[in-house]
Design a protein around this ligand. Sequence first.
Ligand code: ADP
Ligand code: MG
Length: 606
Amino acid sequence: MTEGLKQESMTSRIKVLSEETINQIAAGEVIENPASVVKELVENSLDAKAQHISVEVLSGGFQLIRISDDGIGMSQDDAVLSLERHATSKVRKIEDLLSIYSMGFRGEALASIAAISKLTLITCEKETSNHQGVKVVCEGGKIRSVGVFSRQAGTTLEVASLFYTVPARKKFQKSPPQALAEIHKTMLFLALARPDVGFILKSHDDILLEASSGCLEKRIQEVLGQDYFKSVIPIFYEESWIKIEGFIGKPSMARSNKSGQYLFINHRAVVSSGVSFAVSDGYSTMLEARKHPIFVLHLTLNPELLDVNVHPQKKEVRFKDESSMKIAIRKAVNLALQGGEKQSSPVKSSFFEELAPISIGNLFADFEEKKSSKEKTLCSFKAKVPIKEVSVQQDLLPLASLTLPKIDDLEIIGIHGSYLLIEGSLAHKIFQLPSVKAPYEGLLIVDLKACQSRIYFDKAVTRVQESVEMQALLFPITVHVNSAEAYLFEAALPLIYHLGIQMRLFGENTFIIEACIQGLKEEKLKQLLYECLDEMRLGEISEIERKKRLAIKIARNIGMGKVRYNLAESKVILSELLKTEHPYFCPAGKKTIGYMSVEQYDRFFN
Ligand code: ADP
Ligand code: MG
């Protein structure tokens, strides 16, 4: 190829993109939809220390998004600069960058939004006298005019005709009502992230969300409603490296999806499947199978302990030390569900003090220092309402401690297989079923096998002092394993014994089972032990956790072999059940007592 040709092909194929195109491409990354504009701009207002933020939208934000704040504002020079790519007041040097990325400062939101809309910026710096502010008008990323404009201290950004320079992307947008719903959801998260700031969201003069500054308790009532608030109890837990606070749902309020979960780390909304999982885990067996607890949870920790995610829209965070996080959260949830007696009290925190101004230069120094700074009540919820009072719920109480059950007073209709049928009308004196209002005008159906699972679990795990009773097998069962498995079994023999299976080493890689708790099907024992091996292989769990998991596995098998129960037996089971910690759920989370209302019979016959 001659010099000339080479030159020609290069100039014709490779072009340096214009600043305009670069910004439009960047916008694709940062600005997914009108809700992402709202998120970026409201976050800017929060960074500017605004106390009140108003958001107005027309046509789901496609026509107009107007955001006004009473923050620190910008000077004329800064206002013009702020619209340039990589213009930011928040990152000064490369060291800031990594940690800052995780908080979403990249200095490209304004430039990106400006590139794909008609943007007007009106701002007035706090220090300026006479409300002498500035107005910058920008179209498709090009500044059209800069002029003087009178305004109170703060900033207003108007974003009109969003996506007008990128029609191809506009086509893939949702409808205005759907876009509005997304904006609403975004605002909900922002409002829950910062209860100390007042927010209002309007669409065509309709107020969709309004919240005045206050504590988290009040904010939840304002934006999630009274029903949500009545379904939660407070949680507070602190270790040297993490603070966990907020509200978690009562077990009976768990949902079939994660829609009621609101998680914030250092006051930014995030998603963490690890945290969700750990919260559920903290409920232990109080949750029904496949249910997800609701919560509004604020975690405060040094951002260096998080894995930095450089994608601006991705909210999934990871902890560098996931297992410590999980242990802390489980403990926090456990304590909260127990009624919080062991929580440090009085519960105070420097929560909202910490978050106020984020001074970037010494962000972490700040973090450390403020942790120990003078304490300020997070919110009156702790002080006003003693934790015990809020969290004493019927569905959490060990019933036996309240009333001595008079099982004989129950009107038992009969036994069908392993189900005991009880007339509902008087039963509320003895049972307090979660999420069913008494009196029960219908039929209670008791799953006796599930009850036995719960009773076993309680004896084996919760009330360790009461060991489970075993009976000798008529014909001991031999179990052969490989040498790695033999090693695991041998180490776990005391644990297995405690859980109700007596086994001993019998030659190389061979064990024999000599006795087990009543109710386990002998033919299934071998299989059950192999299943237990899987749990023993799990390295990263605590001993008590391992014990629980094994107990759940064993509990599932209880009553398997049994076909018929008699009345006397059933009564003993019921009274034992009422002594357990969570009588209404089996360890696997299934109901122990079901309820069928008269309306349900009616529907059945129609
Ligand atoms: P970033 O937030 O990542 O710094 P942006 O493009 O979102 O980048 O904003 C650029 C800069 O504009 C910010 O660093 C800040 O100095 C200024 N700015 C943006 N919005 C506001 C506002 N509402 N009040 C005061 N300053 C603002
Ligand atoms: Mg920003």
